[in-house]
Design a protein around this ligand. Sequence first.
Ligand code: CA
Length: 270
Amino acid sequence: MRKLFLASVLALGIACEGPGTNPGPVPNPGGGGPIPAGGPIPSGMVSFPAGTFMMGCQGAQCAETNNWSPTHSVMLSAFSIDVREVIQSEYQACIVAGACALPAGGVYSPNRTPEHPMQNASWTMANAYCTWAGKRLPTEAEWERAARGTDSRPFPLGDQEPDCTTANIGGYDPACYLTSVRVGSFATDVTADGLYDMTGNASEWVADWFAPDYYGSSPATDPTGPATGEDRVYRGGSYGFVSYYARSFYRGHTKPEISAANIGFRCAMN
Ligand SMILES: [Ca+2]
């Protein structure tokens, strides 16, 4: 009985955690409502010109003890980023080409869900895929610039807090999808610049190592993260997270070898 209780508490861990704590990767619980029907999935990349934006916390969240302070100005060179998350069929092609490793276990299933975001790819696998594709993982600063624009949107979609009717987020709310969906299924989860699923679906690995105090000393131009670390950063919400974690400045982090169902990635290039 005690073991059963402990297992239940662990399974509910995300829902029990308060704002400001890192929820970490979660298993795919399955279930959820009907998946939205979709047409052709989006393709291509969105280019951002060189420029300055404000990175880090905003408003009341700056008062919280967290890793997203201080807010600071960052100058970025021009870059391009994928319009959507890398999908499972694309990753499968990389495996067939001999350049990517097969995730061990998890819910990666390119025959069943070929157009869902890549799942159960570690940071190392994500990095290998983007290299094979002739691209690279975005830096943390590039991802945040793409998510929040130059108008410092607190959420990728603007000022309004998202819910699982506008993006594939939800944590353990049984009214939400609770699983990945085909990329671009949420016509409302698209930024002003045309990027899909920056709010939800899968969270997304970025290139940087994680350090909680990095923003206090990061370079003002093209920051690439600490030189080393124990965790890599992932950004954006997912079907496994409530809206708090979908803030455009929220910083998730976990070990680079972790292979989580709710963490995928998209690629970038100069
Ligand atoms: Ca996403």
